[in-house]
Design a protein around this ligand. Structure first.
Ligand SMILES: NC(=O)c1ccc[n+]([C@@H]2O[C@H](COP(=O)([O-])OP(=O)(O)OC[C@H]3O[C@@H](n4cnc5c(N)ncnc54)[C@H](O)[C@@H]3O)[C@@H](O)[C@H]2O)c1
Length: 249
């Protein structure tokens, strides 16, 4: 498939496993990938180190992408932060709360704010934004990191509003509600808490993690013209977790 042939695709938070998988998928389908992360990395035809919570850096990033490549077509906002100090609300301090909101929500706000003026100029299909959210935005959990879940719920609402706001401009905005995807970071959370994975798995209808290929394919679908009539939506990628009351034995 060459769905992104000639398209300039920015992947923010590109150094993580899902970020790398999405960048590889865009490139495999012909995209010119610009990988961006706060840590040093080698993802993309152009690899940029930038802090997505810093407005001056975000503005400069998109100005530079368009100056270098001539246009901007796709933005995937993958930046995320799960902070060990982000616990029950009663046990979370204000600095942690702000750090978690900044990384998970403010980064998406800034990225969209400074990408949209460039995406609007894309011809003929219009541009696409895909935001990484979480199934935790849609469901309560006794174990959830509450700041993270609140931030991801903010990402979903920002996606909805922006998608509707831009609906006639040709720019589509969607989110992915990731369930547990098989990354080292996700596995490490369970490894730190013996027995926790077994307790969780009984609530997962499919009884397994999602794969990186499934994550990348879903983001690529939403970013492509195949999803041309989908905007302002949040697509669950969670093996049915948020839809299930009881699960198979
Ligand atoms: N892995 C999962 O199972 C899962 C489940 C639900 C949601 N998600 C969400 O999917 C996305 C990707 O998850 P992941 O596990 O691959 O990665 P991750 O959440 O571990 O990290 C994403 C990347 O963002 C970068 N980053 C953090 N702060 C940044 C900043 N200020 N500026 C620029 N880059 C910054 C990190 O360096 C990292 O490379 C995240 O938004 C995450 O919250 C993942």
């Amino acid at each position: 498939m060459t769905r992104f042939a000639g398209r300039v695709c920015v992947v923010n938070g590109a150094a993580s496993e899902i970020g790398r998988a999405v960048a590889a998928r865009f490139a495999a389908e012909g995209g010119v990938v610009v990988g961006v992360d706060v840590i040093g990395h080698d993802v993309g035809e152009q690899s940029v180190q930038a802090d997505l919570t810093d407005e001056a850096q975000v503005r400069a990033l998109y100005d530079d992408v368009v100056a270098t490549h001539g246009h901007l077509d796709v933005v995937y906002n993958n930046v995320g932060l799960m902070d060990r100090g982000d616990l029950s609300l009663l046990d979370t301090d204000l600095d942690t709360w702000r750090r978690v909101q900044d990384a998970n929500l403010t980064s998406v706000f800034l990225s969209c704010k400074h990408a949209v003026p460039h995406l609007r100029g894309t011809e003929p299909s219009g541009g696409a934004i895909v935001n990484a959210a979480s199934f935790l935005a849609d469901i309560g959990a006794a174990t959830a990191q509450m700041g993270y879940a609140a931030a991801k719920a903010g990402v979903v609402q920002l996606t909805r509003d922006l998608g509707v706001h831009l609906a006639r401009s040709g720019v589509r905005v969607n989110a992915v509600l990731f369930g547990p995807i098989d990354t080292a970071a996700q596995r490490a959370v369970f490894e730190r808490n013996p027995g926790a994975l077994d307790k969780r798995l009984v609530h997962w209808p499919m009884g397994r993690f999602g794969t990186l290929d499934e994550a990348a394919a879903t983001v690529a679908f939403l970013a492509s013209d195949d999803a041309g009539f989908i905007t302002a939506s949040a697509i669950p990628l969670d093996g049915g977790i948020t839809e299930a009351f009881t699960v198979p034995d």
